[in-house]
Design a protein around this ligand. Sequence first.
Ligand code: ADP
Ligand code: ASP
Ligand code: MG
Length: 401
Amino acid sequence: MKFGGTSVADVEHLRQVADRVAAAARGGDEVAVVLSAMAGTTNQLIDWTREMSSLHDAREYDAVVSAGEQITIGLLAMALQERGISARSWMGWQLPIRTDGVHGSARIEGIEGAEIIRRMGEGEVAVVAGFQGLSPNSRVTTLGRGGSDTTAVALAAALQADRCDIHTDVDGVYTADPRIVTAARKLDRITYEEMLEMASQGAKVLQTRSVELAMNHRVRVQVLSSFNDTPGTLVVDEDEIVEQAVVSGITYASDEAKITLLQVADRPGVAAAIFGPLADANINVDMIVQSASPDGTSTDMTFTVARGDLPRVEDVLARHRAAIGYQEIISDGDIVKVSVIGVGMRSHAGVAQRMFAALSEKGINIHAISTSEIKISVLIGAEYTELAVRSLHSAYGLDAA
Ligand code: ADP
Ligand code: ASP
Ligand code: MG
């Protein structure tokens, strides 16, 4: 059972979580709980690290930002004990949850579950801190924003759990973010593949890596509410879905930035000259568009990166200016990527055209397009985010009746 930040926002919410966990334990389940920090805590901790030092040591960043989860696990263990349930809190390093050494976005490499499996067998509830692990150098690491989801799925895999229930502030996975599309509908089931695309294209209801792990280890994940008992959304294999819609969901990602290099030489090796140094600097590039060259000598190259990487990208490109040979860099952070996702696209024609038509009808200009087998993404001006997501939601017939 995983509970997110708003579900453990204060002592009162933690008491409600304790009631839910106690009910499951009394019902005969062996339970491991994974918690986030209280809503807002992690943001505050990150702000403090920035205030202290703009170019801080990533190991000390992790020492600070992992702190929020320590508080909630201790408090929940107390609340469970008050309810007569045997419980113990576990920090990432105490299990341990082993990760690689990439501070700030570490990957889980393994979890030693033997001790908590033994204790769970004796009726003790394990209350595990989400978001944190232990590096090969025995330092505390964190798993990236939203990382408690990944802790929960990894733990479920290590414990061979029957299910991994992700409790949050919405009662399931919707056809679009219910906070901006009131007509969004809750999905009873969604395939791992679609959930993976939705997460990586901006639906932050599950961290992308948690879905990757669930898919690889075949963990049965359910997304459901912390606050009521309505059935949630099950993430399942494709063959478990009887009637597959062409499009399952619309997402938006507003944390990207667009960069255009003007007048790059139109010659073999120029893409390698641009993207090689960016890869070496560990910068992920998402969409790439190269314009046609009117005279065969130069073109423009446009691509997107995470907005937070923009200063580093500009720095890398400036340092490699001579090798690349561009005239000017233009960057734009006022953009959003909107995506349409569905496994049904594999077998249906005209899915992309419907997207382009719906956007054109609203006068929304498309800056870049990228597609995969089950997804179409477009880059548009950030001011059109809500209009675009709502229009597409209607255009694909997803609106609730
Ligand atoms: P938690 O703190 O529980 O981890 P998050 O804020 O990380 O919660 O994720 C839940 C939020 O995800 C919801 O409040 C909702 O606004 C957002 N969200 C975005 N897209 C979707 C979607 N397609 N379905 C459900 N929720 C979504
Ligand atoms: N507390 C961490 C965050 O805010 C991890 C999580 O909540 O999943 O990103
Ligand atoms: Mg989350």
